[in-house]
Design a protein around this ligand. Structure first.
Ligand SMILES: NC(=O)c1ccc[n+]([C@@H]2O[C@H](COP(=O)([O-])OP(=O)(O)OC[C@H]3O[C@@H](n4cnc5c(N)ncnc54)[C@H](O)[C@@H]3O)[C@@H](O)[C@H]2O)c1
Length: 421
């Protein structure tokens, strides 16, 4: 019998609450190695809100603290789940490692490539687990897509398209997501897609991008409106955010990427487009192609092979007889060989977060060696996201390595200055 791991959630905003729902989901499934002992946030209201809901869902109210020192004084902690805004990830993580705690950090791992380095180095120095809470690849449909790709059914991948368009001048969840010194949408969302691209294709090597800040004023449609019944988890904070605000981070990226395998990716991520919205993710190989649905949608992927009808049903599973979801995903999603699923978004969301927790727990207990999305992998995603912006500033194609190693950092320079790193 392995010992329960005392865990604190640090950062009790929208994602902190969602993570607690994920922990409760894992606990209900009888698979949680964690006990939630702390809710830490300088915003007392947010910390107490999370602690109150945890008391209901988990049966015990975690201690509330405003910082890590107060947390350590209040309770024994062995691991933290880091869900603060990105600007604080590196300072909180480094302090946690110094206290001997393991860390699962929300994406983006750090606010800049340099901030990520500090986190990865501190984890290694203190020999603690650093896991990136990257949820998209853990979607059972992406697991099936990856198994199909690895089976060679579409042959060698030649080209991957990842095109997303939409957003206009609307606020994406919160003000800070549009501010360069707090995040920026191409970092916030881009790290998910960078992780997906490397999950499917292996390491990215070279990137050429044009990036833009199209919408310099963003609008918040719910400003000043009351909280609605059934409104999303963020609504109570959004109603207090300004109706209009200045955006400082690039909001659109148009890029061609080369991968070490020789595969090419056409990448468009435009959070400012108007008119027809777009979602397209597809991989074209030497024998066929695969259309992939939106992450967390539960929709089916579609396989296209020459001379055959498009296939998106159970027959896909016959092509990958060895394909099995990991134990936690299978238990939570109700089967170890899925080609679709159907849950409300909030339920899918907490199941995938539960899977992240299960993975983090196994890594801490030494059962898996390391978490699936390590700190180093989370660091690569941040480097890829900034490589789009750095390519724009440099006016040339750039390598992922020069951004990863912090040799090319002109776009990030003022962010690093503001962080004092
Ligand atoms: N994986 C996903 O699907 C997903 C979705 C949303 C957010 N996120 C990530 O989760 C993180 C949090 O985002 P959010 O939407 O919850 O933001 P949020 O603004 O709703 O909440 C952030 C919270 O962090 C707290 N905080 C700030 N500094 C702190 C510190 N030093 N110590 C403790 N708490 C501190 C704030 O007071 C606030 O309560 C971000 O990194 C974001 O990118 C991931």
């Amino acid at each position: 019998m392995t010992e329960t791991i005392p865990l604190a959630i640090v950062g009790c905003g929208g994602m902190g609450h969602r993570h607690m729902y994920g922990l409760a989901e894992l606990t209900r499934a009888g698979l949680s190695p964690f006990a939630l002992v702390g809710a830490c946030d300088p915003d007392e209201g947010n910390a107490n809100s999370l602690a109150d809901q945890a008391a209901e869902l988990l049966g015990t109210r975690p201690a509330v603290a405003g910082n890590l020192e107060a947390l350590a004084a209040a309770t024994d902690v062995a691991a933290i789940d880091l869900t603060t805004t990105p600007r604080y990830h590196h300072t909180v993580a480094v302090e946690a490692f110094e206290r001997g705690w393991h860390v699962m950090s929300e994406k983006p791992l750090g606010l800049t490539a340099r901030a990520c380095q500090l986190m990865v180095q501190a984890a290694a120095r203190h020999d603690r687990v650093l896991s990136t809470a990257e949820n998209y690849r853990r979607d059972p449909i992406n697991r099936l897509g990856k198994a199909l790709l690895d089976s060679g059914v579409i042959g060698d991948p030649r080209l991957m398209l990842h095109h997303t368009m939409g957003g206009g001048d609307g606020m994406l969840i919160s003000v800070w997501r549009h501010q360069k010194d707090a995040s920026g949408v191409l970092l916030d969302v881009g790290v998910h897609f960078a992780d997906i691209l490397e999950y499917y294709l292996g390491p990215a090597s070279t990137i050429y991008a044009q990036t833009r800040l199209h919408e310099k004023t963003r609008k918040n449609p719910v400003a000043g409106k009351g909280v609605t019944k059934g409104g999303g988890v963020y609504e109570r904070w959004q109603t207090d955010m300004p109706a209009k605000f200045e955006a400082t981070a690039d909001d659109a990226g148009y890029s061609t990427m080369l991968f070490e395998s020789g595969a090419v990716v056409s990448y468009i991520e435009d959070h400012a487009s108007r008119g027809e919205g777009m979602w397209k993710r597809a991989i074209f190989g030497s024998r066929g192609s695969m259309d992939l649905p939106g992450d967390r949608s539960g929709r089916r992927l579609t396989l296209h092979l020459p001379g055959q009808d498009a296939e998106s049903g159970a027959a896909l599973l016959d092509l990958v007889p060895e394909f099995r979801l990991d134990a936690a995903t299978a238990a939570l999603f109700g089967g170890d060989r899925l080609f679709e699923y159907s849950f409300e978004f909030v339920e899918t969301d907490r199941k995938l977060i539960a899977v992240e927790y299960a993975d983090f727990g196994l890594a801490i207990q030494g059962q898996s060696g390391h978490p699936e999305v390590s700190g180093a992998q989370g660091q690569r995603s941040v480097a890829i996201a900034y490589a789009w912006m750095e390519s724009q500033v440099a006016g040339r194609s750039v390598t992922v390595d020069e951004v990863l190693n912090d040799e090319l950092n002109a776009y990030q320079a003022d962010i690093n200055d503001s962080l004092g790193i």
